[in-house]
Design a protein around this ligand. Structure first.
Ligand code: HEM
Ligand code: HEM
Ligand SMILES: [Fe+2]
Length: 446
């Protein structure tokens, strides 16, 4: 840590750990409900659990991105954050909106569009919160001594992500129009601007961890952004196949979304290549594992498993089944969860000044969570393919199919337990580092 204000990041990361834990709890509630153990049904029905699970996911990832920005931007811009107090105000208001939203779901106060369920009043609070965040980041960047490509790409990703939240706030009476614009948020986030955020964090981490020249690393970043926009924008069409819009999207969506894996492939090659080129002398090996891991797992989860159901000929069968859940889990895990866990692993020793790199537990956390999530992905996948055949090929009743595939949820829960053990260890390690300290400023950071 070189700047005092980077300590703010710690509290965002802490909030991140808390929300992540809650997300996993709701995952288990759904998993158990799927095998008939739904004792909580009257308090937390499946649809509530599902909305809370996915919304918590989005919120903890965004909290992680914000923490990452508060950590990275001062160092890249070579100056303290313009206003540290306001950053804490932003943190607290973010946590409050989160709590109100979660409580609200349980009383059925609100029901919105999948992934974007919070009501308008809270939306406005989110907008104010995000404006405050962006104001602090942009002011720091532009008053700073340096404007690096890495910092600009990260900030651009965050600004565009905020702008794209707006179409999700407009309501349309037509279900088709409504669905059309929901994807501007959901798809253009994860297959567009969030990739810039990931690219920015990845680039920062590779510069620090491999020791390869910034110029080389940042050149790759341009290639990745180019590929992302080329494929991801019109790739939105893979959600428009059968929702009632013009049929041209069958062709446009098919072609462009089939190109999307290229951006993720570029990211994986980029990370592996830089690692091989680098000095391999950085002591924080765990951060390196998470970083390279994110680039590879995102290619599998988003690129390959996304491609598996992106052509209209396949999607007509798989749409809205557990095949989607299979892809959703591994893509979110690889691309966004792992990159957030990577930057936290990198930042923690520097923020706290305690160099407990590479503990056995930290490595166990990496492997258990990854093996667990891979197993969960396979369980969802097998259940999904069985569901497609029984329901859509052999025209079995929906609920009958659901009980046929129950056994796969037993496997899912076993793998989820491995996963949760891994994350438990990660969080234990996080708290074991202790609080951030100004002493850390004196420790030489890599
Ligand atoms: C990190 C990037 C990605 C993430 C986090 C992600 C996540 C998700 C999620 C959560 C859904 C379900 C959305 C909903 O129904 O509301 C979904 C759907 C979908 N994704 Fe991705 N995805 C990513 C990248 C990709 C890529 C690169 C492709 C194609 C190559 C792809 C293809 C699809 C398709 C075709 C659907 C629709 C499934 C259906 O019809 O039910 N995704 N994705
Ligand atoms: C203990 C761990 C977890 C369990 C047991 C679990 C279980 C589930 C279940 C049962 C669903 C509903 C599927 C359905 O519609 O029937 C779901 C949805 C979802 N979960 Fe998880 N989950 C866990 C962790 C995670 C993690 C760590 C992530 C992200 C990195 C994640 C991302 C998602 C997403 C994106 C959806 C919505 C998928 C879709 O739209 O099709 N889950 N989860
Ligand atoms: Fe998409």
């Amino acid at each position: 840590m070189k700047y005092k204000s980077q300590k703010v990041a710690y509290w965002f990361f802490g909030l991140c750990m808390l929300l992540f834990t809650l997300q996993i709890v709701y995952g288990f509630i759904m998993g158990f409900a799927r095998i008939g153990m739904d004792g909580l049904h009257d308090i937390i029905p499946f649809n509530t659990a599902r909305a809370v699970h996915t919304n918590l996911l989005v919120v903890w990832l965004l909290t992680g991105f914000m923490g990452a920005a508060y950590y990275i931007i001062p160092e890249e811009a070579q100056r303290e954050l313009v206003n540290v107090k306001l950053a804490y105000v932003q943190l607290i208001s973010l946590a409050l909106v989160g709590v109100v939203a979660i409580v609200g779901y349980h009383f059925n106060y609100w029901e919105g569009r999948k992934f974007l369920e919070i009501p308008r009043e809270l939306d406005y609070l989110v907008v104010v919160n995000v404006l405050l965040f962006l104001g602090l980041i942009l002011a720091t960047l532009f008053k700073g001594k340096r404007r690096t490509t890495t910092a600009l790409v990260l900030t651009m990703g965050l600004v565009f992500a905020a702008l794209l939240y707006l179409p999700g706030m407009i309501w349309f009476d037509s279900q088709v129009t409504d669905s059309f614009f929901r994807w501007w948020v959901v798809h253009l986030w994860v297959e567009g601007v969030w990739e810039l955020i990931m690219g920015g964090i990845l680039s920062y981490l590779l510069i620090k961890l491999t020791g390869v020249d910034r110029e080389v690393i940042e050149k790759w970043l341009y290639v990745i952004i180019g590929l992302t926009f080329l494929s991801g924008l019109l790739g939105t069409g893979h959600h428009y196949y059968y929702i009632g819009v013009n049929k041209i999207w069958l062709i446009v969506g098919g072609i462009f979304s089939a190109l999307e894996p290229l951006a993720f492939l570029a990211m994986a090659l980029f990370a592996v290549y830089m690692y091989r080129k680098g000095e391999k002398s950085h002591p924080n090996k765990v951060a390196l594992f998470w970083t390279i891991g994110a680039s590879i797992v995102s290619f599998i989860g988003a690129g390959l498993l996304g491609f598996a159901h992106t052509l209209p000929q396949t999607n007509i069968y798989t749409h809205g089944t557990l095949v989607t859940a299979m892809h959703g889990h591994y893509a979110f895990w690889g691309a966004y969860a792992m990159i957030v866990l990577a930057i936290i692993s990198y930042a923690m020793p520097n923020i706290t000044g305690r160099k407990r790199f590479d503990s056995k537990l930290a490595h166990a956390a990496f492997w258990l969570s990854n093996v667990g999530m891979l197993g969960m992905t396979v369980a969802f996948g097998v259940a999904g393919v069985a569901q497609v055949y029984l329901e859509r090929k052999f025209k079995m009743e929906f609920m009958e199919v659901q009980s046929e595939i129950e056994v796969h949820f037993v496997v899912l829960l076993l793998c989820a337990s491995l996963f949760a053990t891994g994350i438990g260890l990660y969080i234990y390690e996080f708290f074991k580092y202790g609080k951030p300290s100004d002493e850390a400023l004196k420790v030489n950071t890599h």
